[in-house]
Design a protein around this ligand. Structure first.
Ligand code: HEM
Length: 459
C-alpha cells in the first residue's frame, strides 16, 4: 500500500510544532505536502484529508468506511463507556436519533427566550470600564445553557455542583502546566488523587456520581412536561423494548454537555472577537439588528442573513473542532488515487479544508460576504463534520450562537482591550482563544443603537 506523503519531522517535533502554533503549522504542512497526508502513530497510519472528494468518501461511503466507536475510547474518561462517541453500528444510530430529538425543532425553539434572558443576566453583571475575559463569561453562559437543555437543571445545590465541576475541569485541562504534565508518558498515569491524572479522574468521577443521582431521582419522579434530554432518555426504550439503564442514560448526557460548554463556548467567543476586531462587520451587524423590534422574537433573530454569515465565517476561519472524529477503513478502498488497507484510519481535516485558497479566496480574511456570494457544499464547509458521526447539536449550536451574539451586541457596547491578534490554542479536541479575548464594557446600548451614558453606579 503506497501511503500519501508523510511530513519529514520526527513525531515528537511534529507534535511540538503543532502544540506551539496549530493553525500556522497546519498551513505549512498543507503547502508542502498537499491535501492528503499520512501521520504515523507507532505503526498505525492515520490519513488526514482536506479535499472535498476525499471528505465526500469519508462521509458517504458507509460500506467500506465505518465511524468506529472503538477509535474514540480515549474520550471515555470524560464521556463514559456507553457515551454516543463510543458506540458503533445500529446501537450508535439508535442512540443518536434519541439524542437528536431533544436538540431539534420545537424543543429548542421554545428555549430561545431563555438563552436571551440568561445571556442578558450574566452580561449585566459585568462592571463598566473594567476589563474581563469574554471567553470565561461566554463559557459560563454556554455551560448553563447546556446543563439546562440536557439535564433540565437551572438552580439548586446539585446544579451548582455540576456547573462548578464542569467549569473547573475545563480550566484544569486547559492549564498549560497540566497539559504538559498529562502529555508525559511517565506522569500520565493514575497515581491517586494527588497526581495530575488521578486528580482529573477524581473530578470526572464526581461529575459521574452527581449525574447518576439526578438520573435515578428523575426516574422515580418522571415529569411528562419536561423537554430536556434526560427526560427523553428515561422514557425511551432500547431495541429489545427495555428501558435504558441509569448508567447508560448518564453516559449519553455527558458528551452533549461537554460539547455545549467547550465547542459552543469557543465558537461564540471567537465570533465576539472577530466582530469587535473589525468595526465594519460590527456596524453592519448592528444595522441588521436595528431592523428588528425592541423585544424581538428569537425566531426573527435566527433568520437574519448577515448574522448567519458572521457565524458561518467564524466557524470557517477558526473551526472550534479542527478534525472530524476518526473513521476506520473496513475493506480495501481507493481514495484520491491511494489504496488503503483495512485498519487504516481516516480523519477529515476541517481546518485545512476551510483554508483552501481555491475554495475560499483570501482565506485569512474574515469576510462574512463570501457566504452570500457562493453556496458551499457540505464537503467544503464542514464545521460540524458529516455522515454517520456528524454533530448532533449543530443546528442548536448555530441557534444559540446567533441569540447570544444578538443579545450582547444589541444591549452592550463592548471593545477589545488589545489590538494584538488573538492566537488560537488547541486543547484536547477543540481550539480556543489563547488569551481569552480580553474586553471592556463601555456602556449599555438602547434600542436602535442609541448608547446610554456611562453610569458606573448602576452596577
Ligand atoms: C459550535 C459548536 C459546535 C461545533 C463546532 C461542533 C462540531 C462537531 C464536530 C466537528 C463533530 C464531529 C463530526 C464528525 O466526526 O463528522 C461533532 C460531533 C458531535 N457533537 Fe458537536 N459541535 C458543536 C456543538 C455541539 C453541541 C451544542 C452538542 C450537543 C448539545 C454537540 C454534540 C455532539 C456530539 C454528541 C457529537 C458526536 C456524535 C456521534 O458520535 O455520533 N455538539 N461536533
Amino acid at each position: 500500500m503506497k501511503l500519501p506523503p508523510t511530513p519529514r519531522n520526527p513525531n515528537w517535533l511534529f507534535y511540538l510544532k503543532f502544540e506551539a502554533d496549530p493553525f500556522g503549522y497546519m498551513d505549512v504542512i498543507y503547502k508542502h505536502y498537499g491535501d492528503i497526508i499520512t501521520i504515523m502513530s507507532d505503526s498505525q497510519p492515520i490519513i488526514y484529508i482536506s479535499n472535498p472528494q476525499g471528505i465526500k468518501e469519508i462521509f458517504n461511503n458507509t460500506k467500506e468506511i465505518t465511524a468506529s466507536g472503538a477509535l474514540n475510547q480515549s474520550f471515555a474518561i470524560g464521556t463514559g463507556k456507553q457515551g454516543v462517541l463510543q458506540l458503533d453500528g445500529w446501537r450508535h444510530k439508535h442512540r443518536r436519533k434519541l439524542l437528536m430529538t431533544s436538540f431539534q425543532g420545537g424543543r429548542t425553539q421554545a428555549f430561545g427566550q431563555r438563552i436571551c434572558e440568561l445571556t442578558d443576566k450574566i452580561m449585566s453583571q459585568q462592571a463598566i470600564s473594567k476589563s474581563f475575559l469574554a471567553y470565561e463569561i461566554i463559557e459560563d453562559i454556554a455551560l448553563r445553557i447546556g446543563i439546562e437543555l440536557v439535564v433540565g437543571l437551572s438552580e439548586g445545590d446539585r446544579y451548582e455542583k455540576i456547573k462548578h465541576l464542569f467549569s473547573f475541569l475545563m480550566k484544569y485541562e486547559q492549564s498549560s502546566l497540566i497539559n504538559l504534565l498529562l502529555k508525559l508518558p511517565f506522569v500520565n498515569r493514575d497515581f491517586g488523587k494527588w497526581s495530575p491524572q488521578g486528580y482529573q479522574l477524581n473530578l470526572y468521577q464526581k461529575i459521574f456520581q452527581l449525574l447518576y443521582s439526578e438520573v435515578s431521582e428523575r426516574r422515580q419522579k418522571p415529569d411528562s412536561l419536561s423537554s430536556d434530554t434526560l427526560s427523553t432518555l428515561i422514557s425511551a426504550c432500547d431495541e429489545t423494548g427495555e428501558a435504558l439503564s441509569d448508567e447508560e442514560v448518564r453516559d449519553l448526557l455527558l458528551s452533549p454537555i461537554f460539547a455545549a460548554q467547550h465547542a459552543s463556548g469557543a465558537a461564540i467567543a471567537w465570533s465576539l472577537y472577530w466582530i469587535h476586531r473589525l468595526p465594519e462587520v460590527r456596524d453592519k451587524l448592528l444595522e441588521e439588528l436595528n431592523t428588528l423590534s425592541e423585544s424581538p422574537d428569537p425566531m426573527s433573530i435566527v433568520t437574519l442573513p448577515y448574522l448567519n454569515n458572521v457565524c458561518n465565517e467564524a466557524l470557517r476561519i477558526y473551526p472550534t473542532q479542527l478534525f472530524t472524529f476518526p473513521r476506520l477503513v473496513e475493506s480495501p478502498i481507493e481514495i484520491m488515487g491511494y489504496e488503503f488497507d483495512p485498519g487504516t484510519i481516516l480523519i477529515g481535516n476541517i481546518y485545512s479544508m476551510h483554508q483552501r485558497e481555491d475554495i475560499y479566496p483570501e482565506p485569512k480574511q474574515f469576510k462574512p460576504e463570501r457566504f452570500f456570494e457562493k453556496q458551499y457544499s457540505s464537503f467544503e464547509f464542514l464545521p460540524f463534520g458529516g455522515g454517520a458521526r456528524s454533530c448532533i447539536g449543530g443546528a442548536f449550536a448555530l441557534f444559540e450562537m446567533k441569540l447570544v451574539l444578538a443579545t450582547i451586541l444589541s444591549h452592550y457596547q463592548l471593545a477589545l482591550v488589545s489590538k494584538k491578534p488573538e492566537r488560537p490554542k488547541y486543547g484536547g479536541l477543540i481550539s480556543y482563544p489563547a488569551s481569552g479575548v480580553k474586553m471592556v464594557m463601555h456602556g449599555r446600548r438602547n434600542y436602535q443603537g442609541y448608547s446610554q451614558p456611562l453610569v458606573s453606579s448602576l452596577f
